[in-house]
Design a binder for this molecule. Sequence first.
Ligand code: WTA
Length: 649
Amino acid sequence: MTEHEARYPVPEHASARAWVDEETYRSRYAQSVEDADAFWLEEARSRLTWFTAPEIGSESRYTPSDVQVRWFADGELNACYNCIDRHLEDKADKVAIYWEGDNPDDHLSLTFAELHEKVCRFANGLKSLGVGKGDTVTLYMPMIPEALMGMLACARIGAIHSVVFGGFSPDALAGRIVDSGSRVVITADESLRGGKNIPLKENVDEALTRPGTEVVEHVLVVRRTGGSVAVNPRDCWYHDVVDPQSSECPPEPMNAEDPLFILYTSGSTGTPKGLLHTTGGYLLYAAMTHRDIFDVHDDDVYWCAADVGWITGHSYIVYGPMANGATSVIFEGVPSYPSHGRIGEVIDKYGVTILYTSPTAVRSLMAQGDDIMASSTRESLRVLGSVGEPINPEAWNWFYRVIGNSRCPIMDTWWQTETGGIMITPLPGATELKPGSATRPFFGIQPALYDNEGQELSGEAEGNLVIKASWPGQARTIWQNHDRFVQTYFSTFDNVYFTGDGCRRDEDGYFWITGRIDDVLNVSGHRMGTAEIESSLVAHEAVAEAAVVGFPHEVKGQGIYIYVTLNEGIQPTDELRAELVKWVRKDIGPIATPDVIQWAPGLPKTRSGKIMRRILRKIAADELDGLGDTSTLADPGVVDDLIEHRQSK
Ligand code: WTA
């Protein structure tokens, strides 16, 4: 049997304790689509604590002229209350967070009671800076407890957080501050990753020199490393503002449809979009998917090795686990520091039972060989999870065999910033696994495959992945731009949500995500728009035109390959190449670092001037046989030149 045909039945240890077995999955799935309102209202009432329980289920519709996503609109609750206060009765002294610093000697734990006290002080501190219900606050933070506490403090007082990943550049940060209209920015002096200090506060200072950022009145700075920082009149130290505050702060009653957070993500065109998630539906969906998909019980120690700057961090580091009263490990560092055995060592140190990570992390460890795991036993593990990109069967098998000691089922979870939570996934106690397949839909999720003409495909098929009905975790809109929301997700096909992913369904009805079908790259599980990188490059004085495509990369999944046409008279030198790499890094951030730059005297264009990316992708991937019809090109000769001068990777 080849790896690709392998099947992994539900292990007995998983079925013995699972919340959901196969029979329950089938019957509840059927109910969740046949009587969606009743199903979700019951889940909402039983899993969350409401000030006013909802009577209304979904009021969502996908009519192109009138797209609306709305759930539980007569309910009232507070997300922070659900994540902390309600656990105080029976879990006050349970560890909520084991924080593991970049340096293994740096660690601390916080119980729910301790977290409650700190978050209340934080919330009062924000109030003292004038933050109130409906205000937006930008967080640009390392992976330290204050990042989670800041998010929860916002939720407590009804402020809308917008977390910007700490690896983004000052310009990227500035754009997100301006778009969200944040009057307060929370940051730290520096972050620490892999033994390297990253100057977060300096980046904020630089961001705040950009036009439009005058809206920012206060920068609240957490001291993480003690590194020196400039102190401006608008700056204040976290310990000065927060420590003296009262540890009591009543949670603000919020309507289920009041905004909880904005999170920016890349699309195929234009600037990043601020997806808006609201309080009730999002929290329910994060909590429910977290508990059922990772089969979380009271004695588990759960570790999601993502960053809070991404949706995975929002839903599966903060809101899902905390709403479920779970014990989580929060990791500041990187898997390769101080050695490649770190992940296993952290698992043993805290007795981690559930590990949720990314294919790119797995592949980077796999490249080091099996021996790196010799420093740990990882005996405590029960369930593994993967997210962010398709996991190739080789990486799946390594994850299963080496990290999980061939004992732990892998939940390959497909979802997006827009979906709020996991959509297509196995369940540990119910689903037979096939490496590389995200398997079956979660409760209430109705995936379908459409051809390019909008016809639904049945049975075994490959096509565009769409979702038919709304679910509670769905993003409500793009911040300040509902038209763009409608245009992006509801105009390609009628009456369905369009995901932007391609997908195959096999003979068992299992879904296999094939990757983005738009101009979005997925580099190490980070989403990036080719248009963003292109517009950064053409802003450089030497560049006339640029085209960005992805190519298959062993560790990152996709790498960034750039074709650059220089302005007249500019010499294509190695120095210039290095300068352009630096330029993009500085403009967008290190995650957008180009892997390959090829000088392109001309780009393949149709007679109407459209760049034929299909051809550029093939050349970058060294797939020269399948270039297809080039006769429609304005100048077919450019293709030969590009092939001849393609770069090694
Ligand atoms: C991709 C991350 C295959 C997909 C949660 C999607 C995946 C994009 C998987 C969303 C998976 C995520 N298998 N592809 N298990 N999970 N993707 O918004 O292309 O950062 O559209 O959300 O990642 O990326 P985002």
